[in-house]
Design a protein around this ligand. Sequence first.
Ligand SMILES: [Mg+2]
Length: 365
Amino acid sequence: MKITDIKVEKYSWPRVRPVTNGKHTYTHAGMSILKIETDENTTGIGLGIGMGWGIQDNGLIDKFKQELIGEDPLDIEFLWNKMWVPKLVGRRGLSTQVISSIDIGLWDLKGKIAGLPLYKMLGGFSNRTPAYIAGGYYSEDKGLKELGDEMLEYVSWGVKAVKMKVGALSLHEDALRVKTVREAIGPDIKLMLDANCAYKYYDAIRFANLVEKYEPYWFEEPVMPDDYEGFRKIAEKTTIPIATGENEYTRYGFRDIIERKAVPILNPDPYIMGGITEFMKVVALSQAYDLDISPHGNQEINIHLTAAISNALMLEYYPQQHDRMWDKKYKHTLLLNDDGTVSPPDCPGHGFEPNYEELAPYRIL
Ligand SMILES: [Mg+2]
């Protein structure tokens, strides 16, 4: 079997309402699709990050195409290493995001050829992963009561964990939001806090001390992703476990986090950090230190990755509220089970074929 072509499509659509976290506001959602075509009429579907800035750069796609056309798509380890060379543009940025999309497409193709779902190919640990709902964003018309109601609604769906944003307001205002949510959801639901890198380490410590009594399950990205020393300083001053990794790249980046011995929960994102191949290497590293993995975003691929490994803590699950295309962009929609877990589709590959008809009005590339 040989790779004959690689094609890219990009889609973008306005959100129902903009979402704001501790640092950014996002007005649009979107997806990028990378098709790996072969001489045997099987196509691998690679998925890119929502904004798609990684794979819209045709120069990069053309470069990787030259490396891949004519090669056997089943030789994924060989192809990953052929693509990932030190002369890439933005070694841990754009190039690695494109490699990630290609790698996901290669794994989808391999699954389709083997007739196996990805999670079985990659390990096969469980067909149910506990999910948490990612919400609690900032919004002008969302007061404390509305925030509490929102988080309580998520709990009514059966999940045992929810995540909210912090970092946009003063420390005391955000602490009050955390208190409100804890009181709304009760003591038995896990509550995670995500600062999206909004703090300097000294304010992250102050904030952790203010909210520790509300028993946050983790404190995500309290500081900038490269502030490894910041993670260490925060961890020394709080009992709240730190989570990070959604802006980290490759096994080397995760090695650097792990070596600080300050972050027990890693949030790798296979859409950016190097794809499924690299993700599984980070999993092996994390297992050698008995750390947990709770991957960032992109539940369609992450459900397979969490179901494949023994140290997956939870699946981040984005609900319908944020995205008008939530149940339209793929032919299969990943739903919550009644017990708050999520199950991977039991069909070959990742099982998320894009719904091109529904997507068509939003195509921008
Ligand atoms: Mg996050």
